[in-house]
Design a protein around this ligand. Sequence first.
Ligand code: SF4
Ligand code: SF4
Length: 68
Amino acid sequence: MAVAEKRIFRIEIDERLCKGCSLCVDFCPTNVLTMDGNMVAVKELDACNGCQLCDNRCPDFAIQVFEE
Ligand code: SF4
Ligand code: SF4
């Protein structure tokens, strides 16, 4: 039996907490994130592999990744 499956992730950004340091952008291995002015933004959700690096490295607990 062949199985093809795609994991889907949801990224939540708390705009009250993000200070725009861009650490999460730098740590993301698949270029999911970008800066939009002084705030992080999701530019390529499909590329997210759920590694949680952004979530774990954000010093302000402003970004969270969940598996759908
Ligand atoms: S690491 Fe946190 S505070 Fe810094 S840009 Fe990313 S979400 Fe914002
Ligand atoms: S979970 Fe990993 S791949 Fe997804 S946005 Fe965060 S750092 Fe990038």
